[in-house]
Design a protein around this ligand. Structure first.
Ligand code: P6P
Length: 342
């Protein structure tokens, strides 16, 4: 009998779900399972901090500018430090890379290295922190390619189709962790009283009928002809389709999560307004690629406008890509407009 609180017959914690998933990976030795536990713990810790940030004087900015040239918010720094400290000593990781750090992050000599590579954006959308809009942690796990010893940059620069696990944690009206290990996309909601992520969205599938489109139309003047006409299509100004509703909050995890659950497309076209960002603002390794894995496992698709995101071979740690992600039909329509009109 499902209880009122949990309208499911059984209450499944993320730990139990990860163990169940381990059965699909015969080579698994439990290390990946433990690594996912650690990431769930990161989510619980950051959720706790973000919920009470106003009281703990960790809102606002530090004086630092990160490798992206962005103002580092105090919570960014806390999230980045938390992920590092929860993973540096476990012996599960060969090397890490963070949106907040210019170079790869080696495991200290005093700790053993492991077989996994952890890439992460510790707190994406941080410009929304002070206005209480949803923010998120995005993570990508690969197997190391190097044999042993300290992990290398090459271990980090792997195409998304090699990814073992991709996922995100969204700190919003509730805290959710959504991840895939290649066997479907699953969502877990944090019960703050139990301190447990419980399975609430098993085997997420992006709805067939899209509802929203998400893009920053403030940059419309900088868009190519193809993107302008694609956006007209979404608004029903071209073709015979009904207009989609526009929703954009400027927090990638929140915008993506809405389209994953409700159906739609998020896109961040090439950023021609800023010559320093000719290939778009979003980063491939720890933003576009993990979300693309999650999206494809939910029946969607993700492209840079010309190529499947998961097939792009990264050339640098903080490489940026244009991103079109959501319902396959809409992403392919964007590719069609770009092919036809540039
Ligand atoms: P814009 C947040 O800073 C972020 O990296 C993503 O979370 C978000 O999708 C994007 O930037 C928003 O960028 O240029 O629309 O403000």
């Amino acid at each position: 009998m499902a209880s009122v609180l949990y309208p499911r017959e059984t209450i499944i914690t993320i730990e139990r779900h990860i163990l169940e998933e381990q059965k699909f990976h015969p080579e698994a030795t439990g290390v990946l399972t433990s690594l996912l536990y650690d990431i769930a713990l990161v989510g619980k810790y950051i959720a706790n901090k973000t919920t009470r940030a106003s009281f703990a004087d960790i809102l606002g900015t530090t004086k630092d500018i990160n490798v992206q040239g962005e103002q580092v918010m105090k919570l960014d720094e806390l999230a980045d430090h938390t992920i590092y400290k929860l993973n540096e000593h476990t012996g599960r990781i060969a090397v890490m890379a963070s949106e907040e750090q210019a170079d790869i992050i080696q495991i200290p000599d005093k700790y053993p290295t492991g077989k996994y590579v952890l890439l992460y954006d510790p707190l994406d959308g941080s410009s929304n922190i002070d206005v209480n809009a949803p923010i998120g942690t995005i993570f990508s796990i690969h197997r190391r390619k190097s044999e042993s010893g300290p992990g290398t940059l090459s271990d980090c620069l792997q195409p998304g189709h090699n990814m073992v696990v991709g996922g995100y944690i969204i700190y919003g009206s509730s805290t959710m962790m959504v991840y895939t290990s290649g066997k479907g996309t699953h969502g877990f909601t944090l019960d703050p009283y139990l301190g447990e992520f419980l399975l609430t969205h098993p085997n997420i599938k992006i709805p067939e009928k899209p509802k929203y489109y998400s893009v920053n139309q403030g940059y419309q003047k900088y868009w190519s002809e193809g993107i302008k006409r694609f956006t007209n299509y979404l608004q029903g100004l071209e073709g015979d389709n009904k207009p989609l509703s526009s929703r954009y909050i400027g927090s990638l995890v929140a915008d993506f999560h809405r389209n994953l659950l409700s159906g739609g497309i998020f896109y961040y076209p090439p950023d021609t307004k800023d010559p320093k960002l000719p290939t778009g603002k979003l980063r491939l390794l720890y933003e576009a690629a993990p979300l693309s894995f999650v999206c494809e496992q939910a029946g969607g698709y993700a492209s840079n406008g010309k190529q499947r995101i998961l097939d792009i071979v990264p050339e640098s740690l903080h490489q940026r890509v244009p991103l079109y992600i959501g319902n396959r039909e809409l992403v392919e329509k964007a590719e069609e407009y770009i092919r036809k009109f540039g």
